[in-house]
Design a protein around this ligand. Structure first.
Ligand SMILES: *[C@@H]1O[C@H](CO)[C@@H](O)[C@H](O)[C@H]1NC(C)=O
Ligand SMILES: *[C@@H]1O[C@H](CO)[C@@H](O)[C@H](O)[C@H]1NC(C)=O
Ligand SMILES: *[C@@H]1O[C@H](CO)[C@@H](O)[C@H](O)[C@H]1NC(C)=O
Ligand SMILES: *[C@@H]1O[C@H](CO)[C@@H](O)[C@H](O)[C@H]1NC(C)=O
Ligand SMILES: *[C@@H]1O[C@H](CO)[C@@H](O)[C@H](O)[C@H]1NC(C)=O
Length: 954
């Protein structure tokens, strides 16, 4: 019988672990499948648990991958459809990996929880999948600077939460889709704030339907497309518009008259179209900074007098707009005016800036007009160009304005802080503004519509730099300093600035640092000062990771001949790799599961059947475990039980583990063992003890668990562990345990009933996170019997559900009962049955709902209230007593218990989601050995018969 008991025990453990790991296991499978098609994934993407092992760029909640952010790390390859299986994913950011190519998989549409999809500056191509329209939670979609082709999928119109849509700088074609009958369209995006479609091949007219007064669009950027026709009047309805770029299209007709209604507009670009008719009346745009109407077919007209009333104007661009007559003097006294470009018109008369010209004036270009005179003013220092005007033609004048100005392109660069540069920066290193040599992360910040045009004013870069530094710091990024340099306007009229970010605490960034910085910029978490307008960032690959330098160093200094030889070898290698790749590609799906199965060495001859379908757990050889437990040394032995011995071990990666080694006589059949591990390996949750692996080798059966350092909850309640549990810690612990159980009941697949919930089965880690252990008695609910299973009654006296005891029908409510007992034990620190008294009755008898704390002070653990008021204790008792109601249907479900405890914690002023504080500060001498859970006989005994050894009524 003991063999069976042992087997069952193992099975139970495995079960619980399986339940806890199941979700995560699923994720690791698909992550690994993704990795099949990706190169240069972070080197620490190995192992079985991306959440626990903290893989670079991956964040998790409840053991599910919720975020992947990997920018600028040189990822290459393709994003396979497996991405669609990471069903809890909320954020995907793979920006700035130029070599990430191929089309965007339609499977992306399966990510129902995705809220941020960011693939800026990669090498994706092909059409945008229609399935993007299934990402109902999507708020932020940035696919700019790739090679996407084809139309904008109308289905994007279904993304009701979308506020950011950046498709700029691709090769998208076709019209802008709007809804029509049942077909969705972009007009339905009532929460949209950003249409960034610039630099594509979009064609057709802007459908009038696209805009409506329901929209709160801030940025409409349609520049550099092939859009035609007239601009619809409906544009005037989008009252919040701040930036409008329609330049470099094929628009014709008049500028809609109600554009004047866009009173929030800061930047307006109408240039390089075929706009006709009169110049638009823009008197309503009181805060307009930047106006570009150049290169259109407007009726010849004088410079409208109202222009001078636009008191916020910094920049007026009206080249080739058919202007005639004289230049009004007051144009130059607009307070902020910096730049006036009136080239290629027929402006005549004498140019005069007047007495009160703005001292921000910086550049005036009157090339190719009919200006015949110029009134020089004192102190005037801005650049002025009058080439190809009568004034420069008539006499061979040598005035400076008849010559091109000395290139005033600013060569700004963030200065070094008062410090002495280290003199010995190696060739790749750069001296930071703080004079430290290091390897910076670099890239280009591009501002699509800044409100200013004088790039020579260093104040603006200082404000950009300091606001960015504040953002990095407040997001706790490992950044020492940053520098900006070489601001230039490119041919798209975008302002580009080089950015270099320097690492703190070392000379290089790690991958997670780079990806975090990348994300702050790709997700627009960093908001530049308002005057910079909409921006994007393109990061360069970071080539300086510590583990990458060897490779780099090697290639330096290799001669040409060697290079050729190496090149040839590389080619051969590439061919081989390509061959292998193609071969692997074939069986990829198959391998997605197989790869995870550490049962590569599974030997069916041992009676185990096919390889177990294991997710997340490793297969260890006997030799490995022998080594890590120091040859199963007596000193490593931390317990024994019916099942066998338990040893403490240290894996090669330093992880502490508890190795349970079945006695030879208690090993089970290979098939049972396999089933068990499969189950356990699928259970994965922060609040459940994790199965690290197993050994099925040389006739041994061993289970390897994570080692939980702070022992059982029982030890802490009894004072044995020396950890003092105040009210807050108790709430935190019980919440963790409740979440663990809830996971088993609600999220594990198949659901699992623990069957032996008790304080010795709740372990505490170094941060006092509760971990539910010992699924030894757990039983999954099969499909046929989702509500209950009939079994022999097993469990521990004192915690056992009386209903289950009588009917033998096991339901999740039996666990709820036991949990209620644990809750009562938690506040009283009494055993469930002590000196013949039952804890439930004790509490009920002492209780008086009319009195303070329900009159329970007598029975409470005196330690509990030493540091905090016992706020919420009454509610705690209420829910505990509901858990121990006589019949299951009167008891709450675990998810309800979890919610109630969370709400009690909030009431008591504790954050239920805060990371637990380290327990160490209150250690009063950590107990050794005696109290350790792995020593606990009950963990290893299995009640094969009815109510045997586990019915401890101590
Ligand atoms: C401009 O906006 C005002 C309200 O702000 C509205 O009454 C008016 O009809 C609008 N004009 C046009 C032409 O849309
Ligand atoms: C421009 O529009 C405003 C009202 O929006 C009006 O008062 C003004 O007369 C117009 N100016 C011209 C020149 O049409
Ligand atoms: C400037 O041009 C306008 C319109 O073409 C014309 O009426 C005016 O006489 C010209 N002024 C001078 C000083 O040539
Ligand atoms: C430089 O920029 C700052 C901030 O934008 C502004 O306050 C200042 O007046 C500018 N200086 C010049 C000379 O334009
Ligand atoms: C992305 O940036 C926005 C601000 O633009 C911020 O509210 C949001 O929390 C960020 N997303 C993440 C996942 O950090």
């Amino acid at each position: 019988m003991s063999v069976r008991i042992g087997v069952l025990f193992v099975l139970l453990f495995i079960f619980i672990h399986v339940l806890l790991t199941s979700a995560q296991n699923r994720d690791i499978v698909y992550l690994q499948a993704l990795m099949d098609n990706l190169h240069n994934t972070p080197p620490n993407w190995v192992g079985s648990d991306p959440c626990v092992e903290k893989w670079d760029g991956i964040s998790c909640i409840e053991s599910r991958v919720t975020s992947i952010t990997l920018s600028s790390i040189g990822l290459s390859g393709e994003l396979s459809g497996d991405i669609g299986q990471l069903s809890e994913l909320q954020t995907l950011d793979l920006s700035y990996n130029k070599d990430l190519t191929g089309s965007l998989t339609p499977d992306i549409g399966s990510l129902k929880k995705l809220s941020n999809l960011i693939l800026v500056g990669c090498g994706f191509n092909g059409p945008l999948p229609e399935t993007l329209g299934s990402l109902t939670q999507l708020g932020y979609l940035a696919l700019n600077s790739n090679g996407f082709t084809g139309p904008i999928p109308p289905s994007i119109g279904k993304l009701s939460k979308l506020y950011w849509l950046d498709l700029a700088d691709n090769k998208l074609s076709g019209p802008i889709p709007v809804s029509k009958g049942p077909t969705p369209g972009l007009d339905q995006l009532v929460n949209i704030k950003h249409f960034h479609f610039g630099k594509n091949k979009l064609s057709g007219e802007i459908p009038p339907r696209l805009f409506s007064s329901k929209m709160s669009l801030k940025h409409v950027l349609f520049e550099e497309n092939q859009l035609t026709g007239t601009v619809p009047l409906t544009l005037g309805l989008v009252q919040n518009l701040e930036v409008l770029r329609l330049d470099r299209n094929l628009f014709s007709g008049e500028v809609p008259s109600n554009i004047n209604n866009l009173t929030s507009l800061n930047q307006l670009y109408l240039s390089n179209n075929n706009f006709e008719g009169p110049l638009p009346n823009l008197t309503g745009m009181k805060i307009l900074n930047y106006l570009d109407m150049s290169n259109n077919s407007f009726q010849p007209s004088e410079i409208p007098p109202w222009l001078s009333s636009l008191q916020s104007l910094t920049t007026l661009m009206m080249q080739d707009t058919g202007l005639i007559g004289e230049v009004p003097v007051d144009l130059f006294s607009i307070p902020q005016i910096e730049t006036v470009v009136l080239r290629n018109n027929q402006l005549n008369g004498t140019l005069d800036f007047g007495d009160s010209y703005s001292n921000h004036l910086h550049f005036i270009d009157m090339t190719n007009n009919l200006i015949s005179g110029y009134t020089e003013r004192s102190r005037y220092s801005a650049d002025l160009i009058l080439i190809s005007n009568p004034i420069c033609r008539e006499s061979d004048t040598t005035a400076s304005y008849c010559d091109l100005p000395i290139d005033s392109n600013s060569s700004y660069s963030t200065p070094q802080n008062n410090c002495n540069p280290e003199t010995t920066c190696t060739s790749d290193q750069v001296s930071s503004p703080n004079c430290k040599c290091s390897y910076p992360y670099t890239g280009t910040l591009t501002f699509r519509a800044p409100s200013f045009s004088n790039l020579g004013n260093s104040t603006i870069y200082t404000s950009l730099q300091s606001s960015m530094m504040v953002s990095f710091q407040s997001n706790h990024l490992p950044v020492d300093s940053l520098s900006l340099s070489q601001p230039t306007k490119n041919s798209d009229k975008y302002l580009e600035i080089n950015l270099a970010v320097f690492p703190s605490g070392g000379e290089r960034f790690n991958r997670s640092g780079i990806s975090q910085i990348g994300f702050i910029l790709s997700n627009q978490t960093y908001k530049p000062p308002h005057s910079f307008g909409p921006y994007f960032f393109l990061g360069h690959n970071y080539d300086f990771f510590a583990d990458a330098t060897k490779r780099k160093g090697k290639s330096i200094g290799i001669g040409v001949t060697i290079g050729v030889v190496v090149g040839g070898c590389v080619l051969v290698l590439l061919l081989i790799i390509a061959g292998i790749y193609a071969f692997r590609e074939k069986g990829r799906a198959e391998r997605a599961t197989k790869k995870n199965s550490p049962f590569a060495s599974w030997d069916p001859d041992k009676g185990g059947g096919d390889c177990p379908q294991l997710k997340g757990a490793r297969s260890f050889t006997y030799e490995e475990l022998k080594t890590c437990t120091n040859n199963f040394a007596i000193t490593a032995n931390i317990g024994s039980g019916g099942y066998g011995m338990v040893y403490r071990g240290t894996l090669r990666n330093g992880q502490l583990v508890a190795v349970k080694r079945a006695q030879l006589r208690s090993t089970q059949g290979g098939l049972e063992f396999k089933t068990e591990i499969e189950l356990l390996s699928r259970v994965h949750h922060k609040n459940v003890v994790g199965l690290v692996g197993f050994c099925f080798d040389e006739g041994e059966q061993m289970l390897v668990y994570e080692f939980i350092v702070n022992g059982t909850l029982k030890d802490s309640l009894s004072g044995r562990s020396g950890i003092r549990l105040d009210w807050m810690r108790r709430l935190k612990i019980i919440l963790g345990a409740a979440r663990g159980l809830q996971y088993l009941h609600d999220l594990a697949d198949p659901p699992i009933i623990h069957r032996d919930v008790k304080t010795t089965n709740i372990l505490l880690d170094e941060r006092l996170n509760a971990k539910v252990a010992d699924f030894g008695l757990s039983k999954p609910l099969g499909d046929a019997d989702r509500t209950h299973v009939t079994t022999q009654v097993k469990g521990t006296m004192g915690y056992m559900d009386p209903e289950y005891y009588m009917t033998q029908q096991l339901t999740e409510k039996s666990d709820v009962y036991s949990f209620g007992i644990v809750m009562l034990e938690l506040i009283t620190a009494r055993n469930p049955i002590e000196k013949g008294k039952y804890i439930v009755r004790e509490v009920k008898e002492a209780m008086d709902r009319e009195k303070d704390l329900y009159n329970l002070r007598e029975v409470l653990d005196p330690i509990i209230g030493l540091t905090h008021e016992l706020q919420g204790l009454e509610r705690f008792v209420d829910i505990a007593l509901r858990c121990v109601e006589d019949t299951g249907n009167q008891r709450p479900r675990m998810n309800e218990v979890v919610k109630e405890i969370e709400s009690i914690m909030e009431l008591a002023g504790f954050n239920p989601n805060a990371e637990s504080a380290s327990a160490s500060e209150s250690y009063e001498g950590k107990s050794k050995g005696s109290g350790h859970p792995y020593l606990n006989e009950s963990l290893f005994s299995y009640s094969g018969g009815l109510l045997d050894s586990n019915l401890e009524a101590k």
